[in-house]
Design a protein around this ligand. Structure first.
Ligand code: GLA
Length: 544
């Protein structure tokens, strides 16, 4: 690339950094992106005319008015690299390059997204026999491609895939850091970036990307929807502050049953996933369009608190998820009663488990209608493959008394499967929520952290930690410990139960909480920690 042009582009971009940092001084947190992506319906068979038509349909269908903004070109546009390394688009599919397509998208008041590959060869070259995907990835061309994508063509979003990265056996964290640094060097205006590594990659992703895929590719089947939801159930603590777990593009309008489409969209909304429609927007079924433009569900997804709902109950086949909306620790919360099974599921949810008390108004957000108010317990029968998404408004907000291990931020968690004995979520029938966290400890950074332990007035609490002796070697069992750190002060518990056959054991200690938010960590610097189920808090006295 010519140095003069690069400098000119950098100057243009410096202006946008200044503008965007001035903007970010407000309390603005970016919501999950909403838009359309070419992959689910068209795979690599895309072209200039098709993309323009989809962009036009985004406007004419009313989707743009409902909040969908991004038109994302996925795999399939690649042509070749010339002798100067410059990337060219596919000669038949995009004969005029991409600048005029992006201009068209922008002229409609929309934003444009592009796709690339962290390594050398694209996924399409491996799975869709797209020969033009060979040698066109970002590897070795980071600055040059970033300049082309963002300065010359004008894209606003990029999804970066990893088939080629895997082929070259690159380290994910290093590789994505290099790419993001190059993008920031060349054009650090506000580019929305997606890491596409098909598993939760680790906490570093939040430093680099707006969103990261947590699963393999979605398909238009109930099995696929259910699998992706199950992968995201316990990842809420890793998202937030404008960064999101990406559950993949939507399969709505592609043949799922109505209740399955509702569950798909409802769960993507309450879990704050990006919402990228994957069907043909020019022939979208009316029922699907109605669902995709449901204002109340969209508001739930775009809620300014930027929170992902977490699981508070898992009984029988059902899962109950909850999150604050509109105001942190207010009286309004959103709840999902999710039934992935093939039988009807009866939910009985005490309001206290949702930290609510008193007369509670209930609104069904999928059907956009008010339900009868409740006083103590939410009771609903939910049909197979279905969900109820509710907005609750109560008289009073109370303190949380059970903190599940699977709600915590696991500092060393990654789903890439590279570590020996990694910290994991372990299905455990006798545990509350039927889940424990296994393999914490043996490293000062391998802890579980609950960031928002709220105390109304501060005071002394009895903390009861429920755990199961881990499946360890004898020597390790006798040696295992729990270190509890409350706002930086650590207590070590070493007289622990070691007989696994006794089931759940309890360790107790008194802790002091400050008024407001507190941070609690469980780990152990040198030894393994038993499998943690949850901890309970019971107030003993107010702060002196
Ligand atoms: C991977 C991604 C998909 C899609 C294809 C393109 O499989 O996970 O979302 O981008 O590559 O080839």
């Amino acid at each position: 690339m010519n140095n003069k042009t690069l400098k000119k582009s950098m100057l243009l971009c410096t202006f946008s950094i200044l503008a965007s940092s001035a903007f970010s001084q407000g309390n603005h947190v970016e919501a999950p992106i909403m838009g359309w992506s070419s992959w689910n319906t068209y795979r690599v068979n895309i072209n200039d005319n098709l993309i323009r038509k989809q962009a036009d349909a985004m406007v004419s269908s009313g989707l743009k008015d409902a909040g969908y903004k991004y038109v994302n070109i996925d795999d399939g546009y690649f042509g070749y690299r010339d002798e100067n390394g410059l990337l060219h688009t596919h000669p038949e599919r995009f004969p005029e390059g991409l600048k005029s397509v992006v201009d068209h998208i922008h002229s409609l008041g929309l934003k444009a997204g592009i796709y690339s590959e962290a390594g050398t060869n694209t996924c399409g070259s491996m799975w869709d026999n797209d020969k033009n995907g060979i040698g066109v990835g970002l590897y070795g061309y980071e600055h040059q491609d970033a300049d082309l994508f963002f300065n010359k063509w004008g894209f606003d979003f990029i999804k970066i895939d990893y088939c080629g990265g895997q082929q070259l056996e690159l380290d994910e964290q290093k590789r994505y850091t290099t790419i993001v640094n190059a993008i920031r060097d060349v054009c650090p205006r506000n580019i929305s970036l997606n890491i596409c590594r098909w598993a939760y990659p680790g906490r570093w992703a939040k430093e680099l990307a707006r969103s990261w895929r947590i699963s393999g590719d979605i398909g238009p089947s109930w099995e696929s929807i259910k699998y992706i939801i199950s992968k995201n159930l316990y990842l809420s603590a890793f998202a937030g502050d404008g960064h999101y777990n990406d559950m993949d593009m939507l399969e709505i309008g592609r043949g799922l049953k109505q209740e399955e489409e509702e569950t798909h969209f409802g769960m993507w909304c309450i879990m704050s996933s990006p919402l990228l429609i994957g069907c043909d927007l020019t022939s979208i079924p009316e029922q699907s369009l109605k669902l995709l433009t449901n204002k109340e569900l969209i508001a739930l997804n775009q809620d300014p608190l930027s929170l992902q709902a977490y699981v508070v109950q898992h009984e029988g086949n059902g899962y109950v998820l909850v999150k604050d909306i509109e105001k942190r620790r207010g009286n309004i919360r959103a709840v999902a009663l999710y039934n992935p099974s093939d039988e009807t599921c009866s939910f009985n949810v005490p309001l206290s488990l949702l930290e609510l008390e008193g007369k509670t108004k209930v609104r069904d957000l999928i059907n956009r209608k008010d339900e009868r108010s409740v006083n103590k317990t939410l009771q609903f029968d939910v049909a197979p493959h279905s969900v109820k998404i509710l907005r609750l408004e109560s008289e009073k907000r109370i303190e949380q008394s059970i903190y599940e291990a699977e709600q915590a931020l696991l500092n060393k968690y990654d789903d890439l499967g590279k570590r020996k004995r990694p910290v994991t979520y372990k299905p455990t029938e006798e545990a509350s929520g039927k889940m424990t966290v296994s393999n914490l400890g043996a490293d000062k950074n391998n802890f579980a952290q609950w960031n928002n332990v709220f105390s109304e007035n501060g005071g002394t609490y009895k903390m009861k930690i429920k755990y199961i002796p881990a499946e360890l070697q004898d020597r390790e069992i006798n040696d295992h410990k729990i270190e509890v750190t409350v706002n930086g002060t650590t207590t070590r518990l070493s007289e622990l139960e070691t007989d696994r056959s006794k089931g759940i054991a309890t360790a107790e200690l008194d802790i002091n909480l400050d008024k407001g938010y507190n941070t609690i960590k469980i780990g152990s610097r040198r030894t393994w920690v038993p499998d943690i189920d949850c901890f309970e808090l019971e107030k003993i006295s107010n702060k002196m």
